[in-house]
Ligand binder design. Structure first.
Ligand SMILES: *Cc1c(COP(=O)(O)O)cnc(C)c1O
Length: 372
């Protein structure tokens, strides 16, 4: 058991094992630090909720969050780290508005609900959005292979982890000079990857990086050059890059919590590689159990399984109802599948401990045993 899990589990007496898909569980030590600081931030005599976004205190938080993001992901100076409101969903619109190129198509891989919504927004904006690969034929249960790369497109957009269907890219398509863009809302900071092929990465914070209310956007210099001059000010990436996300009031509290989460990954967990190892151990435990029996069945194809969202079914919808009800009584929460697909889903993001996943597996075994 790792030290951070240990310290967290000892205090788990009143907190449930929380498998919510988003907003989702936060590290307990982060919540405790917030509690501690909420009346008096670093001796300022004010709450972090009560200070100017232009104050020295907030400047430090913002700088720290940017520095930690750069460090954790290994971003070089060509990348800008921005904090934007409007959720990951606003990025579905901002991307085509800012990064489409006149006369060129914009390419998308469709791997489920979120990708579908991204494609829809590009089309609303009148862009020539092409679906170059899709897993819709098998209910989005896998990640397509051999994704065609057309260098004449403006970009290729992928969704690294499909929160609802429980699939995740193992490796990303090699796009050469074609900028790769990714929605990483539900797996950012969960594993190491090479950022260099990416022109833009975005993530709503509320899955793996913090609370709802802010979206992390990482954009490379060359893509900022595409931003049209005639867009509304707050919809232009350059407004955020040129003003260090302080053109107007940013979501200060959400950024503060993100900073604490990033600090937790770096200093308590020990960095992204350790975070990834912990995530692998959790997902291996759960998938290992799923594969060892035939009462529960995983819904994602094995080679496409997500290490963040584990989707599974029971033999009947009635049993699923019972399972969810009994899980709730056993203090295991958030296991209901997305309303669009049904079934069950355990979201085992960074802040979910190995012990929580063990408790889930034990509960699953008991549930089967009770039914003979
Ligand atoms: C949750 C989620 C979204 C939507 O995020 P909002 O911040 O609610 O707009 C988009 N993409 C993915 C992959 C998600 O998991």
């Amino acid at each position: 058991m790792t030290a951070y899990a240990d310290s967290q589990e000892k205090k788990m007496t009143q907190r449930i094992y929380n498998f919510n898909p988003g907003p989702s569980t936060l590290p307990l030590i982060v919540l405790e630090q917030i509690k501690h600081e909420v009346l008096d931030f670093h001796g300022s005599g004010m709450s972090i909720l009560e200070i100017s976004h232009r104050s020295k205190e907030f400047e430090e938080i913002l700088n720290d969050a940017i520095t930690r993001t750069r460090h954790l992901l290994g971003l070089d100076d060509t990348y800008h780290v921005l904090f934007i409101q409007g959720g990951a969903s606003l990025q579905f619109s901002m991307i085509p508005m800012n990064l489409a190129v006149s006369g060129k198509p914009v390419d998308y891989v469709n791997t489920g609900t979120w990708a579908t919504k991204a494609i829809k927004e590009a089309r609303i904006l009148g862009k020539d959005a092409r679906v170059v690969a899709s897993s819709e034929d098998k209910e989005f249960t896998y990640i397509p292979e051999n994704i065609p790369i057309d260098p004449s497109a403006a970009y290729l957009h992928v969704t690294s982890n499909n929160t609802i269907r429980g699939t995740q890219y193992r490796s990303f398509p090699e796009t050469g000079a074609l900028p790769l863009l990714s929605d990483m809302s539900s797996d950012i900071f969960s594993r190491r990857f090479d950022p260099r092929p990416f022109g833009l990465i975005y993530a709503g914070a509320q899955k793996n990086a913090g609370p709802a209310g802010v979206t992390l956007v990482i954009i490379r210099d060359d893509l900022l050059e595409r931003v049209p001059r005639d867009l509304p000010t707050t919809l232009k990436y350059t407004t955020y890059s040129e003003n260090r996300s302080l053109y107007n009031t940013p979501p200060c509290f959400a950024i503060y919590v993100c900073d604490l989460v990033l600090k937790w990954i770096e200093e308590t967990v020990g960095g992204l590689d350790r975070m990834e190892t912990a995530n692998n151990q959790k997902s291996e435990l759960l998938y290992g159990y799923l594969d060892s029996q035939d009462f529960y069945s995983g819904t994602a194809r094995q080679d496409s399984r997500s290490r963040m969202n584990v989707t599974f079914r029971l033999p009947t919808p009635e049993l699923e109802q019972q399972f969810l009800a009994e899980a709730g009584t056993a203090r295991l929460g958030g296991l209901k599948g997305h309303r669009s697909v049904g079934g069950c889903r355990a979201s085992i993001y960074n802040a979910v401990t190995f012990e929580a996943v063990s408790a889930l597996v034990d509960f699953m075994k008991d549930f089967v045993a009770k039914r003979g």
